[in-house]
Ligand binder design. Structure first.
Ligand SMILES: [Zn+2]
Length: 239
């Protein structure tokens, strides 16, 4: 009866979709060409504006003094494996972190090199479990940080202000920043594609010519967008 009608409709529909797609591509390409000719940036996503993603699991930064207090005066700070950013590495050492309710998370890795301050970066999920309420802060900004006790094999230490939830941030060189039209301290937006595609805002630009271009999201953000390391995000521009 009407068995041929759906088939015909589908074909016509496919033909229209194809034409529409071609029209769309022509319009997009001409927009990009016009923007380029006028010396403006092309529409977001039109150029090579992708950034490799690194997912930051909970981790610890320590001073030399705190490292030796927890691991002993004779302990050597050992490099387990290099991280993506030049000069940074996962050390061979882990600690147990303990919150005020005596809930603890074992096996939290210390990242190297050793620093001039002690800092524990956790996700909000970790913070709720530990019973602390840390601020979202830039690395090294510890004025409002939360307390934790760090437990090592040779000692433990209570740190009144050490725990933060690290701000979303992008590491880049000044050349990357110029190419992307941003500068140190700017807040940006990025899009993660996929089945749980997500736009992240308030992503801080951090510049240093020794860094590789990379965005750092914590595990809560990455899990929300259903992504792991070795994905790329699309840079959408300044907020
Ligand atoms: Zn980072």
């Amino acid at each position: 009866m009407g068995s041929t009608a759906p088939c015909g409709c589908e074909k016509r529909s496919e033909a229209r979709s194809h034409d529409e797609l071609v029209d769309l591509i022509v319009r997009e390409v001409s927009l990009v060409l016009k923007a380029g000719a006028a010396g403006r940036k092309p529409a977001s996503g039109a150029g090579p504006r992708t950034i490799p993603l690194g997912v930051s699991n909970r981790h610890i930064h320590l001073t030399h003094a705190t490292f030796h207090l927890l691991f002993g005066a004779e302990a050597a700070f050992e490099n387990l494996r290099p991280l993506y950013q030049p000069g940074e590495f996962a050390s061979a050492h882990t600690l147990t972190i303990v919150g005020p309710k005596l809930r603890s998370i074992p096996g939290v890795r210390i990242l190297g090199p050793l620093r001039t301050y002690d800092q524990v970066e956790v996700s909000l999920t970790d913070a709720v479990f530990l019973g602390i309420d840390p601020p979202v802060a830039n690395s090294g900004t510890l004025g409002a940080a939360s307390p934790l006790t760090l437990v090592g094999p040779r000692g433990s230490v209570y740190l009144e202000r050490c725990a933060i939830i690290a701000s979303r941030h992008i590491h880049m060189t000044n050349a990357d920043a110029a190419r992307l039209g941003v500068s140190e301290g700017d807040l940006c937006r990025v899009r993660v594609a996929g089945v749980k595609s997500t736009v992240f805002e308030n992503v801080l630009v951090r510049t240093n010519d020794g860094w590789l271009l990379q965005i750092h999201l914590d595990t809560d953000d990455a899990n929300a967008a259903n992504v792991r390391d070795e994905t790329h995000v699309e840079f959408l521009g300044r907020m």
